[in-house]
Write a new protein. Structure first.
Length: 59
C-alpha cells in the first residue's frame, strides 16, 4: 500500500515527555523548569502544573 495515501490526522501539539518534581512552591517549580533543555529551543516550551493529592480520590 502506498503510504502517501494513508489518512493523516493533524495534531496541534506533541507531548515529548513528563517531569514530575517535588518542590516547596511554585517559584521553585519554575526555577527547575527553566533548567530543562527544551526551554532553550525556539518553538518549544515547558508547562508547569501542580499535582494535587486528596484523601477523597475515588478508588
Amino acid at each position: 500500500m502506498d503510504a502517501s495515501r494513508w489518512p493523516v490526522r493533524r495534531v496541534r501539539g506533541v507531548l515529548g515527555g513528563v517531569y514530575v518534581i517535588d518542590v516547596e512552591d511554585n517559584d521553585r517549580a519554575h526555577e527547575v523548569a527553566a533548567m530543562i533543555p527544551d526551554t532553550a529551543v525556539e518553538g518549544l516550551g515547558v508547562e508547569v502544573r501542580p499535582i494535587i493529592f486528596s484523601e477523597f480520590t475515588s478508588k
